[in-house]
Ligand binder design. Structure first.
Ligand code: FE2
Ligand code: FE2
Length: 305
């Protein structure tokens, strides 16, 4: 089977949003940031072109690893829904989506479960979790052929300029339960989180931007003999091999799907993963935007040591 993966489109849609919603609470810093630089880089027409190219590739499933919006506004989630329906043109059961820190930008958007409300059809789980094990939709589990796609929410509202994520004890416990189920354990794990499960960086950087309980998450998946851990957040195309007690998991990042960037590994792209019927992971490639021809062409995903 073939799984495509894109991330971080940061769709901006401010039309009809009253200015008071942008200049109160945390959004004021995000809005200022957009006015200063972001709007010039993240382009809706780029992610729409990417979705159309992906649609032509005939993949079996598409994973979207968060930061679909900029300010967690209803208008932005609506624009992303349109993108999925009109450009990607795949039924919700063939698409998995998890939130990023921008999709839970404010406490209000998190409390109202705005992201989950907007993408509910894409979050139908194939496993009924016993009462008390899971909360708020996650983990979302989709059993597809040789893989079990498991989506977690790592985005949490933070103070301005802090983008760190967290899985939290409730999701960690629920994930442990999920991984014990025979229909999951017998398949290859495809884990979706916005924040990377492994990112060697300085303590301050990790505190500001990393996944704060990444060690706990890696402990939970330590018995997996193989798998993919797909993420966004870094806006960079990369593959890092994470050793587990039973084998290895490939942690793979996608670039921002809307970002026109001078660096090749940061240019708007999506990744494609091939997995055979036995659940073995095969080719990992990217399709990257060429701004001159406005087309997408194949490129490798750099392996980081
Ligand atoms: Fe992002
Ligand atoms: Fe992010």
């Amino acid at each position: 089977m073939r799984i495509a993966h894109f991330s971080d489109p940061h769709v901006l849609a401010l039309e009809g949003v009253p200015i008071w919603r942008l200049v109160t609470n945390k959004r004021v810093t995000g809005y200022a940031n957009i006015l200063l630089r972001r709007a010039h880089q993240h382009r809706l027409e780029v992610v729409r072109a990417l979705a159309r190219d992906l649609s032509d590739q005939k993949v079996d499933h598409v994973a979207v690893t968060g930061d679909v919006s900029n300010l967690a506004l209803e208008t932005e989630f609506e624009a992303v829904r349109e993108l999925l329906e009109d450009d990607l043109r795949l039924p919700p059961e063939d698409v998995s989506i998890v939130p990023g820190n921008h999709d839970r930008y404010t406490r209000g958007s998190h409390k109202a479960r705005r992201f989950e409300g907007a993408f509910l059809p894409y979050m139908r789980s194939d496993i009924a979790m016993p009462q008390g094990v899971a909360r708020d939709h996650y983990p979302v589990v989709k059993l597809r052929g040789p893989v079990a796609i498991v989506g977690l929410a790592t985005g949490v509202p933070r103070l301005p300029f802090v983008a760190a994520g967290e899985v939290g004890t409730v999701q960690l416990r629920a994930l442990e339960w999920v991984l014990r189920q025979p229909e999951v354990a017998s398949r290859t794990l495809v884990l979706l989180t916005h924040h990377p499960i492994a990112e060697p960086a300085g303590a301050l950087h990790a505190w500001l931007e990393g996944l704060r309980d990444a060690d706990d998450l890696r402990r939970v998946i330590d018995r997996c003999p193989r798998g993919l851990a797909l993420h966004g957040h870094l806006h960079r195309r990369m593959l890092r091999i994470v050793r587990t007690g039973a084998g290895e998991i490939w942690s793979i990042g996608a670039t921002s799907a809307s970002l026109v960037h001078s660096a090749g590994t940061r240019m708007a792209a999506y990744n494609v993963y091939e997995i055979n019927d036995a659940g073995e992971i095969g080719r990992v490639t990217s399709r990257v935007l060429d701004t001159r021809s406005r087309t997408f062409s194949e490129a490798p995903v750099p392996v980081l040591r």
